[in-house]
Structure formats: C-alpha cells, structure tokens
Write a protein that binds this ligand. Structure first.
Ligand code: ADP
Ligand code: MG
Length: 480
C-alpha cells in the first residue's frame, strides 16, 4: 500500500434480529418460506391498519448497546424515511432518525498493532425492505416481500478504521458478539448480517476527511476486506493522477475483484424524514435497562481472561473455546465439579474436535453429553489409563455404546494401565536384557536411548504400562 496516504473506513452494519415476528406486525420472519407468504396488510401499511411495536426488539437493541459500551437513549421515537423503490411496499421505511436507541460506544479489537477501540457512532432500530430478485425471470424482476418489516439494528462506526485488516477484525468480533448475545445469527451469506463500507483516503498528516465512496453488496467478511483493498487502491490511483473522487455508491464484484459505480451521490439524499404518526414515542426506564443488564451473559473477552489467568489455558485455547457461546457452555459443563481445566481443554480441542471435524458437526452436537466426557477425563487423570488409550479406544467404545462407565469399559477391554511396580520392573528388565548393545551405548554416553527403551517396554506391555512409572524404573535400572 502507498505510504503517502492514510485509508479511512467507516462501516454500516445491518443485523437482522432473532425475533419470532416482524418489527411492527405478527408476521413471521422465518427464513426460506415461499415468497410473499409472510406479508399481512399491516406489513404493507394498507389503509385501516396500524403498526404495533415488537417489544423484544427494544430488549435486543439495549442488550447489544450495553455489550458495546453505548449510552442508552431513553427517549425514543420512530421516523419515516421516504423514498421510492419497488421492494419498499409502503413507500417509506420506518427507522430512527435524530435519536437512535444507542449512542457512542466502542468495540475493542486486537490487531497486529495491538489493542484498538473501534468507536461507534450509533445503533438504531429500523425495518428491512423486501427483496428484488433479478435473475429469476428473463424480462422482469420479481419481488418477495417476506423480508419487508423484519427488525434490523444498524450499527454505525465512526470513520476510525485505517486498514482492511482492522475492518476484518471488527466485523469478526462484532459477528461473534451478536451471536454470543443471541441478537442476530450473523450469517452474511444469507444476508442476516450485511455490511456497507465507506472508504476514503487522505494524505498522511491531513485531518480533514476525504471524499468517500460507499461500497455495497459485500456478502462475506472476506469480501469486505477485499473490497476495501481494491477500492483504496483505486482511490490512490485517482489521487496520484490528480483526478477527483466522485462521491458514489459502488458495488463489489467478487468474481472480478473490482468495484463499479451504482449511483452517484453528489446531492444529499432527501428522505423528508418526519416522526412516524402511527407509533407513539416510548421511554425506556432505568429499571428496564437494569433488568436487561442483570440478564446479560458473561462476555467472551471476560471469560477468555478467566480461562487464561485462573485456569492456566493458553491464549489460543481460551480463544478457541470462546469462539462461540455453545462451545464455551460445553467447556463449562466439562469442568463443572472438577478442576481438570487444562485436561478438559486438551480433550475438547483435541480428540473431540477431531471427531467432530470428521463427522462434520460442531462440538455442542457431540454424541456424548459433557458429563460422560467429564467422567472419562477424570478417569484418565487418575492415571488408570493413558490419554492415548482413553482418547482412542475408550472414547470410541463410549460413542458406540452411547456412553457407559469408562472404568468398566477399560476393564472389559483389558485396557487398564499397569501400575504394579513389580510387573513394570519385570518388563523393564526383560527389555534391557534383550538389548545389551544398546545398553552399552547408553552407558558410554548416548543418554537419548532412554526413549527407545521406553518404547520397547510399551510394546512389550501391549500399551498398558504406565509410562511415568516405566521412565522412573528404567532410569533406576540403568543407573544401578
Ligand atoms: P449516511 O451514509 O447516511 O450519510 P453518515 O454520514 O453518518 O451516514 O456516515 C455513514 C458512514 O460513513 C459512517 O460509518 C461514517 O463513519 C462513514 N464515513 C463518513 N464520512 C467518511 C469518510 N470521509 N471516509 C470514510 N468513511 C466515512
Ligand atoms: Mg449510508
């Protein structure tokens, strides 16, 4: 990237809320229904109908606002944003205008330059439009109004991001957070989380913002990153050629890896906002906000810190366990009632994860309940079987038997580790007696032969020897 310029990015993220029904009507918002089957006259604002606020939307907005350190605006009203578009059945979108429900706030990201607070401008509530489908019929476009009226939160950042990497991290963390809170499913491919990127450049040292372009149709976080890179490069080329930047809305073509102009935005849009006359203004009380606060789950960053500092997990393991709430819940269940924190992390991210990957499922869907795995971990930690035997043979038997007692399985399969000292001494003696040359080499200084001896003992015991005991006795026997 050119070092003469600074890239400036502000993101607008639309998150579809995980409510059952629409923002102002009882219509379902379930994804994938037959087109135009979830559209009542209220969603179309037919004469004689009146919208009714879905209270759950307020709860979800406040919940996200608290998690993002916003101040909650208690006096709210909706406004009509008027514009014409075929998929906007009312001819206006009900949105918030001057008083969004959440003001300010930030999300801390951890980039290659360390921690950074990404500042938010606001979060406001609004209804979604329908969907225009252009590739179904040859000579005309189709409209599906099922989505019209679906509740959205629009999360708007300040123009404070300065690289595609920062935008990528912000969106990744934001998606994780909305999923963690059950606010939105964060699925960018299905369009339940959408992002527009506003991009400008300015000479390094300049404080005034440059003319921006807004890039739309970014259906994955990776594409947001790519689009920013392509667009910033285009803006730099314009600047280098002394050509002006036109304030435009552009679209990203992921196949070609380019952006193209959709419309120019030289005059400010005139939406003729006015307060929505059919919906009363509403007040969110302190008690209401406190009740939502009291009901908030522990945040992923707080949990990660606890896992690192109190449980001794690595940064990597802590982050992997907290990648989503179901994962973290599964881990919490593994360690409820015992202190095998590290062992549980190793089991979860090792054999359990591997089994899930092979079977294309996620850890929360693992066929054995966490209590069964916790019992197996406990049994293994007691030293009666090796991790190796436990994570292959016993785990497999438990999956086949739909759980079962690890100790019984181990005895019935003859897998119990041999901890009896005299038995292990006999194995060690036999092994060393079979390898006199190697023993000589050991005594003349080749100390790393210990591993070879240990391996032979393991073989002789058919994998049942307690290897800690083997190593201890080997050292004793060799140094006699
Ligand atoms: P609108 O798009 O409705 O005009 P705003 O002016 O509030 O709304 O800005 C929308 C987004 O564009 C915000 O995320 C803001 O940070 C970002 N933005 C505004 N000006 C610039 C700029 N010059 N360069 C980059 N991003 C910008
Ligand atoms: Mg905009």
């Amino acid at each position: 990237m050119n070092e003469k310029y600074q890239i400036v990015i502000g993101l607008e993220v639309h998150a579809q809320l995980l409510t059952k029904s629409k923002l102002f009507s009882g219509d379902s918002i379930a994804f994938g229904a037959e087109p135009n089957t979830q559209v009542s006259p209220v969603s179309l604002a037919h004469p004689g109908t009146l919208p009714v606020m879905n209270k759950e939307v307020i709860n979800l907005a406040v919940k996200l606002g608290i998690a993002l350190n916003c101040s909650i605006n208690q006096h709210n009203y909706f406004a009509r944003k008027n514009y014409f578009y075929p998929d906007l059945p009312k001819g206006y979108q009900v949105s918030q205008h001057t008083d969004p429900i959440c003001i300010g706030g930030h999300l801390t990201i951890n980039g290659s330059n360390g921690e950074k607070k990404v500042l938010l401008n606001r979060i406001h509530m609004e209804e979604d439009a329908g969907k225009s489908i252009h590739d179904l019929e040859e000579n005309y476009s189709c409209i599906d109004l099922n989505r019209a009226g679906t509740p959205l939160l629009e999360i708007v950042t300040e123009p404070c991001l300065h690289s595609s990497e920062e935008a990528f991290l912000f969106l990744t963390d934001l998606r994780k957070l909305v999923r963690w809170l059950n606010v939105c499913d964060g699925n960018m491919e299905e369009g339940s989380m959408r992002c527009d990127a506003n991009i400008s450049i300015r000479p390094v040292g300049e404080t005034k913002l440059g003319t921006r372009v807004e890039v739309k149709n970014l259906n994955s976080i990776r594409n947001v990153k790519k689009a920013i890179e392509v667009e910033a490069e285009r803006l730099i080329q314009l600047a280098e050629n002394n050509e002006p930047v036109l304030q435009q809305t552009r679209s990203f073509d992921a196949d070609k890896g380019t952006t193209f102009a959709l419309r120019s935005k030289e005059e400010a849009d005139d939406y003729r906002y006015f307060p929505e006359p059919d919906l009363p203004a509403f007040f969110i009380s302190n008690e209401h906000i406190e009740a939502i606060k009291a009901d908030m789950p522990v945040m992923p960053d707080v949990l990660q810190k606890k896992y690192r500092e109190d449980y001794g997990l690595s940064q990597y393991d802590a982050a992997a366990i907290c990648s989503d709430k179901e994962n973290a819940t599964y881990y919490e269940q593994l360690i409820s009632g015992n202190k095998h924190y590290k062992a549980a992390a190793n089991w979860m991210l090792g054999p359990l994860k591997a089994w899930c990957n092979e079977n294309s499922i996620e850890i929360p869907q693992f066929p054995l309940a966490p209590v069964s795995i916790a019992a197996l971990i406990d049994f293994t930690e007691s030293g009666k079987v090796s991790f190796n035997v436990a994570s292959t043979k016993i785990l497999a038997a438990m999956i086949n038997n739909n759980a079962g007692d690890p100790s019984e399985i181990a005895s019935s399969l003859n897998l119990l580790q041999e901890c009896d000292e005299s038995t292990v001494v006999a194995w060690v003696k036999e092994t060393l007696a079979n390898m006199p040359d190697k023993v000589k080499e050991y005594h003349s200084g080749k100390k790393n032969l210990l591993g070879l001896f240990a391996g032979q003992v393991k073989k002789l015991s058919q994998g049942k020897a307690d290897m800690q005991l083997v190593n201890k006795i080997l050292t004793e026997e060799l140094n006699k």
